[in-house]
Design a protein around this ligand. Structure first.
Ligand code: GLU
Length: 548
């Protein structure tokens, strides 16, 4: 039995058969094939959605294919249910892949299987071919031996790694290797690199531009002792067979590019275009760092669900991070579908976008501002059913009332209210509309007023109650507010007041404030007249009369 038969005693498909099965994709000129290739670690990082979104946009806006490949060759890291989390997160964010496992666990597409652990024989067939061609070899170096090599390199001030004369198993004869295999000594398979470290290669990254690297001369492991391939080798085989035209991935892989390009060339395959994305960063004190799974709750997609950020808002925010011209485009196309935005890899910042809640919330308020009252109701309710059951119950038993609260300054108005950035804000936004959740004592009331208002409010309240007509129009109501203001020495508008503050006790906004606080308990709220209409005269009078 030859060495290669000892390594692969069982029959494997031939590479010709495999190549035939994975025929090139018939796609129109310019169509791009991209993928998202996560490892199932049980944690879905928002950066994963970010790269998926970018890959999805690049594929679909070119009329191409976006697929999902599960990179599960590191069995030590694998976690039960992790693939479901990936598929369901992609689905929730509107990024369901064209091929790969879907939300219900079913695989689609003609280029599968799409989980690397199910492609073992395919990788082995190519590894066998490399062994036959003398371009790979079994390596028996133990952990201790690798450690000795490393120390030797340190002592001599040489570069670390398994290469050149340090690659001890490279020179082993077939007989010696066979004997070790017969003796049951564990081994890995290494690629025999012919690269010259002193030779520079230029790579052209779609995002980072032209970069120069020393060529790879490391004999990297391509098959581990568990007989599964390493990422380096597996992704080369898969991206070739699955027809990936553009590999879009995190820039931690950038240094491995010379190796990956070398492997593609070794196999005689077309090298895909590469685009390396800088990770999303955040400010930590005065310095920037990567969003961390350990330190930052917002690194996990579950955070956005729990807080009740709508998926569209997160997607729009990520588009803002990825292409800064998205913001202008959105201003010019306020009601367009984000899929119409011409996304560009070239416009991506190559040093990493900065995550910031203020911006996320503001994008999010805009997104919710575009929704109808019914949609806000349905979405908030769906969220509350999982994350705030009391709120859900309240919404259910007051459906019309809550819907009309959401419709204050919403449908048919020029300036839509933008006070909800996430569904968890809803509780506070509707709270004061319910008597059982509203209370205001004199101290709390007066603490929100100016000195003059603290003296004048009893008279204002008296006048208000005296003339209150629940049917009055907004203009009539405001006319009354102006009368009250004028009668008590308050200016009709801010401009008049500012021109001669000494002549006034305040202005109209102070007068309205008294009633805003009385009715809502707050100094800021949507349009007060609309609030009163929605609350109805009984509630309004009850609150006003409590202070008369
Ligand atoms: N499994 C790799 C990772 O999670 C994928 C990198 C790639 O997209 O090629 O980093």
């Amino acid at each position: 039995m030859s060495l290669i038969d000892k390594i692969f005693p069982d029959p494997l498909p031939s590479v010709e058969e495999i190549e035939k099965k994975y025929a090139p994709r018939a796609l129109p000129e310019g169509a791009k094939v991209t993928r998202i290739a996560p490892s199932p670690t049980g944690f879905m990082h928002i950066g994963g959605i970010y790269s998926a979104l970018i890959s999805e946009r690049i594929a679909h806006q070119s009329g191409g294919v976006f697929y999902l490949r599960i990179e599960d060759t590191d069995t030590k890291r694998e976690v039960e249910g992790a693939t479901d989390l990936i598929s369901s997160s992609l689905g929730a964010y509107g990024l369901a892949p064209d091929e790969g496992v879907d939300v219900s666990g079913v695989e689609h597409g003609n280029y599968g299987p799409y989980s690397q652990s199910c492609r073992r024989e395919i990788y082995q067939a190519y590894i066998k071919k490399l062994l036959e061609e003398g371009r790979a070899y079994p390596c028996f170096s133990t952990v201790e031996e690798l450690e000795r090599i490393r120390k030797g390199q340190e002592v001599r001030g040489e570069r670390l790694g398994y290469y050149g004369s340090w690659a001890l198993s490279r020179g082993l004869s077939a007989e010696e290797a066979e004997a070790r295999i017969d003796a049951g000594i564990p081994y890995v398979i290494r690629y025999k690199s012919l690269g010259d470290y002193n030779h520079k290669i230029t790579v052209n990254d779609t995002i980072k531009g032209k970069r120069e690297f020393p060529d790879n001369d490391l004999d990297i492991v391509i098959m581990k002792s568990d007989r599964l391939p390493t990422y380096h080798f597996a992704h080369v085989v898969d991206d070739h067979l699955m027809g990936t035209t553009d590999v879009i991935r995190g820039d931690e892989w950038m240094p491995s590019l010379p190796l990956h390009i070398q492997l593609f060339r070794e196999m005689g395959w077309k090298v895909p275009r590469y685009a390396h994305i800088a990770p999303i960063q955040k400010m930590d004190g005065n310095s920037k760092r990567k969003l961390s799974k350990r330190k930052d709750p917002e690194a996990s997609v579950t955070f956005y669900d729990e807080e009740g950020y709508s998926h569209e808002a997160v997607v729009e925010y990520l588009l803002n991070l990825a292409n800064s011209n998205f913001e202008d485009w959105r201003k010019q196309n306020p009601s367009a579908d984000y899929h119409d935005f011409p996304f560009s890899l070239k416009k991506m910042n190559n040093s990493g976008a900065l995550f910031d809640f203020t911006k996320l919330n503001s994008v999010s308020r805009e997104v919710i501002g575009r929704m109808s009252a019914d949609e806000v109701f349905e979405r908030a309710h769906a969220w509350a059913k999982t994350y705030d059951v009391d709120l859900a119950a309240r919404m259910e038993s007051n459906r019309d009332y809550v819907r009309s609260i959401f419709n204050i300054e919403r449908e048919g108005v020029r300036n839509v209210r933008k006070d909800i950035s996430k569904w968890s804000d809803v509780k506070e936004e509707i709270r004061y509309f319910f008597d059982d959740q509203f209370s205001l004592n004199r101290e709390a009331f007066e603490s929100q007023l100016s000195d003059n208002l603290r003296k004048d409010w009893p008279e204002m309240v008296r006048l208000f109650a005296e003339g209150y007509n629940p049917e009055e129009s907004k203009d009539e109501w405001f006319g009354r507010m102006l009368e009250i203001a004028a009668g008590l020495g308050y200016a009709r508008n801010g401009k008049e007041y500012k021109a001669a503050p000494e002549n006034f006790r305040g202005d109209i906004s102070d007068v309205v404030k008294v009633f805003r606080v009385l009715i809502t308990g707050k100094t800021q709220s949507p349009d007060l007249y609309s609030i009163m209409r929605v609350m109805g005269p009984e509630r309004v009078l009850k609150r006003v009369n409590a202070f008369s």
